[in-house]
Design a binder for this molecule. Sequence first.
Ligand SMILES: [Zn+2]
Length: 455
Amino acid sequence: MIKRFFLLSLFISTLRVGAQEKDSVTIKTFFNEALTNSVAYRNLEQLISTVGGRLSGSPEAAKAVEWAKDAMKKAGADSVWLQEVWVPHWVRGEKEQATIINGSTKKDIPVCALGMSIATPPEGITAELIEVKNFDELKSLGEEKIKGKIVFYNHPFDQTFINTFEAYGEAGKYRWAGPSEAARYGAVASIVRSMSIDMDDFPHTGSMGYNDSLPKIPAAAISTNAAELLSSHLKRNPHVKFFLKQSCQTLDSMLSYNVIGEIKGSTHPEEIIVAGGHLDSWETGKGATDDGTGVVQSIEVLRLFKVAGIKPDRTIRAIAFMNEENGLKGGKKYAEVAERKNENHIALVESDAGGFTPHGFGLNMTPEKREKILQWKNLFLPYGLWNWDSDGDGADISPLTKKGVPGIGLVVDSQRYFNLHHAASDTFDKVSRRELELGAASMAALIYLISAHGL
Ligand SMILES: [Zn+2]
């Protein structure tokens, strides 16, 4: 009996080794192809040079939709379609102006409106400032000190976090919720130190959201260097004034699209695996690392399957989501349609962290499914993917992961991302061809394993 059991388990483990060997050969094929013949880098160059920055509702975003549709067809998708999405249409207007006024000395500083902010009056706003590090400080100052002033959130990134997304998570709330919190105490405008890890002269934009029960005030970001300068002025003279002028506005919603390319599964076509990134970007820069990289990597996943001659067992979809930056309408619409059609998504993989050297995958799923994926970890170690500990996935896929679909995020080296994030510095030259290709192959490899073995 014991002997029979031993032989049986030997047989099973031989099968497993055999399967792993086949898997490791397929994965090597993906990496070889991606590193020698990838189209991802060329696609990104084309997207950035012909379209550039592409905020939802803009003519550039409409052009990007056509571009993505074409790129997915060229990658070899069985079918490509557009999914209608109504998106907010916020426009920046004229170039924003900000000036530090210290007595007779005036100094213009780099500034940009935060996404979805209202404008200042046409003549701008001039007022004294109150500098705070956090919401506790704001609360302790109260209406008496804040009323009629401009609140200046000066919360630097915590440099001690190795994963810079943690520093962003901590500082980001002052950008998103700061304006309404300032308005709670009677502030007339809100400015925030840019969400940048380094000292530079780029204002970094990004979305903010108004609390509907509080007055709406204009909100802007100033560069990290300008934040230091302003803070030093305020230390010497608390009555320094600040001038802010911006003419941004929210127009009527626009019809836009998610772009979807599919390779039908051969044995379980009803089980769907998604590879996605977001097509829209801030228009302050070119949206190269956020998230042109994720879009071209997702398209490359389809191409790698085609070129390797692998007909996946389960259906694979590449998705270029619209409107991640200022509304998440694309992700929400995709989830809504999936639910209405009763589609069975078994995994959603997103790349939206800059397209740098891949280090692993964040796994947002049940412990059982996580265990299953971790059995494949050894297959990825030769490619440098060692980090499987986080549960970070992606914003576009979150409307479905919240309903229990397993979410997976490509984890990359995060050290350079927040120098570029939502700023004019997010340009094509910041992307490494090789790092981009490694990420695309990593996504294809994991998606292949899920398509072959289920999840
Ligand atoms: Zn992004």
